[in-house]
Design a binder for this molecule. Sequence first.
Ligand SMILES: [Zn+2]
Length: 118
Amino acid sequence: MQVNDMLRILNVDPGQLPPAPGHAVTGAEAFARIGRNPQPCVSCGRPATSTSVADVPEFGPRWIDKCTPHMIASTKTGGTRALRVRGAEHASQAAVRQTGVEAGLLTAPPTEAECARG
Ligand SMILES: [Zn+2]
């Protein structure tokens, strides 16, 4: 997925993204952003569960910190990605309602050991 397409999906002004280092980011650097005190999602402000660095045209390397729903929404899965995600969410919500069970998507940030391996 092109950076500009991802930013459009996330509804993010690239000028608002925090500057990132120009080198390849290590797992430890990523953990520092989303580990114990996660940065806010660039799209909605919830605590980020994933982060990456994108070379944003005209702005250079920028951190893209995302919560799980926005990480999923901006994950490349083909030309119909956005529709598929919305459809999957509806199907999941309907199934959850039918069973009367509360459910949520849970993810965990990488452990320090995972980050140390890079
Ligand atoms: Zn978000």
